[in-house]
Design a protein around this ligand. Structure first.
Ligand SMILES: Cc1ncc(COP(=O)(O)O)c(C=O)c1O
Length: 508
């Protein structure tokens, strides 16, 4: 093919016509060289790796700037990965950032080292490091080093993991990682799905699948679809219901603050229109307190009533890998859909949520997008991740998780999760031992709620800000039954009891 660049594994026999220049649209000015690159480009090892005429502007080639940007960025990435432990860092007011970072995007462009310097010295330090063992707020993250560095590899690989046709290798590996999660849950050999950006996107996609499956079975739509949810279900469930215009049917918590099969049955028995309930959305590990709903009881009621059973295990699902608490997830195997976020407690970088369906073809019937230009993608058969959620183009965001699982092995994951559970229990016992704070409830997973008697609401918020300022910890208050209390989330195996002791000392 005259004038074309060398193709990897070039396919000499695939031309549709002898006049292939014409067939492939290579005539005319479109592929005239717009820039000449007379010199041979040389890689870091000193090997010439591309010779000849290149098309397109230099920024799309591995030119000098790319070489310098790559060296600078990979050096920085290595330095950041070697931060052990990573500093907590802080959030910075806009004016301060604007003064220090200034205007970086210009018409002419800037030296790659200089732009990276702004990122390294100003912008990166204005971002909390979620992998710091002192990050105990929200739901933290604790990506392994192998997972983090593989994220860089995924970025450099420039693949679009929408379909098997485009990225069969990536989809194969992602599916291996999804299989690990499905097996933890015991969902059976047919279970499958895809990775989406997070629990919010996973919950939304699962509930859309639930509603449309119910609509097909019913053959009609009620005035309003409803989804049975627990009082402590995550805000993303409420948000998803707003997006799909469904109403929540809130099931009052039973004993131990969990949604139970008994309370669900009682509500359904007295409901005037149970056929308008298209799903039960249970939570395996509530965000605020780490509570696991009565999955066995709920799944039995959902099965009896032929209602889709969704489990939001975005945070807590990882603990299925820990033998010491696995029995608390009994019933999860019956989930019609399940969400587990590896970017939470499965030690993957943001953003990654494993979305699984027991019968993936039900989700495919709902989510697969059809367009004339897309249909060829289905010729490759196999598995198209785009078919299982509300998305199309997608990063192969399951790969860092896959790489880390493959490198360290699943036993290491189980051990790391057990270690976090152990630290959480030790922290709870410490609160019991000292007399200036008190434990609110025994932690089921890795969230600890505790109060400092005598403190006002404002005291909690001031204390939290002071701890971040002093880089002791990032820990935020929450509310529990109307009372402002302290909340610590353990998720990083490097968070020690000593760090938590430091936190408790600041509350005297
Ligand atoms: C139980 C639960 N579900 C859903 C979400 C939302 O996940 P994401 O932030 O990844 O969208 C969270 C986040 O903390 C969560 O804890």
């Amino acid at each position: 093919m005259p004038g074309s660049q060398e193709l990897r594994g070039g396919h000499e026999t695939c031309h549709a016509s002898a006049d292939h220049d014409h067939a492939f649209g290579l005539r005319g000015s479109r592929l005239e060289p717009t820039f000449e690159h007379p010199k041979v480009l040389v890689n870091g090892a000193g090997n010439a790796h591309r010779v000849g005429t290149l098309y397109g502007p230099p920024m799309h080639h591995f030119d000098d700037i790319a070489e310098r940007a790559t060296t600078a960025c990979l050096d920085y990435a290595l330095e950041r990965l070697r931060d052990d432990p990573a500093p907590l860092d802080r959030s910075v007011p806009y004016d301060e950032l604007a003064r220090a970072a200034g205007q970086n995007i210009t018409a002419a462009g800037r030296a790659p080292e200089e732009v990276l310097r702004v990122f390294k010295e100003v912008l990166a330090r204005a971002c909390l490091s979620t992998d710091s063992p002192r990050f105990l707020a929200f739901i933290p993250a604790a990506p392994t080093k192998a997972a983090l560095v593989f994220d860089t590899v995924v970025g450099a690989s420039s693949m679009c993991a929408t379909s098997w046709l485009e990225a069969s290798g990536a989809v194969y590996a992602e599916n291996e990682a999804l299989r690990y999660v499905a097996d933890l849950a015991g969902m059976g050999p047919e279970a499958g799905g895809c990775f989406v950006s997070g629990g919010s996107a996973g919950n939304l996609s699962a509930l859309v699948a639930a509603r449309d499956t119910a609509a097909r079975a019913r053959g009609s739509r009620p005035d309003r679809w409803r989804v049975a949810v627990g009082e402590e279900s995550h805000s993303s469930i409420q948000s998803a219901l707003r997006v799909i215009d469904c109403d929540p049917l809130v099931i009052p918590s039973g004993p131990a603050d969990r949604m139970t099969g008994d309370s669900l049955r009682a509500v359904l028995n007295s409901d005037p229109d149970p056929s308008s309930i298209c799903a039960v959305a249970a939570t395996a590990g509530t965000t605020n307190a780490g509570i696991i709903d009565d999955l066995a009881g709920l799944s039995a009621v959902a099965r009896d009533r032929d209602i889709w059973f969704h489990v939001d295990a975005a945070y807590g699902g990882a603990a299925m890998a820990a033998p010491s608490v696995r029995d608390r997830f009994a019933g999860i195997a019956a989930a019609d859909s399940l969400v587990v976020d590896p970017h939470k407690w499965l030690f993957a970088p943001f953003d990654s949520c494993a979305l699984l369906y027991r019968e993936p073809e039900l989700a495919q019937a709902v989510h697969a997008q059809h367009a004339s230009y897309l249909e060829p993608m289905r010729l490759a058969g196999e598995w198209n991740p785009a078919d299982y959620a509300y998305h199309l183009s997608r990063r192969a965001r399951g790969l860092p998780f896959w790489y880390s699982l493959a490198v360290y092995g699943t036993d290491a994951y189980a051990a790391a999760i057990e270690q976090v559970l152990g630290t959480t229990q030790a922290a709870a016992r410490r609160i019991d031992e000292v007399d200036h704070v008190s434990l609110i409830r025994d932690p089921e997973l890795s969230v600890v709620l505790f109060r400092r008697p005598g403190w006002s609401d404002a005291d909690y918020f001031e204390w939290s800000q002071c701890l971040l300022r002093e880089q002791v910890a990032f820990i935020l208050p929450t509310s529990w039954r109307g009372e402002i209390v302290a909340r610590a989330v353990f998720l990083n195996p490097n968070t020690t009891l000593e760090i938590f002791d430091e936190v408790l000392e600041t509350m005297r």
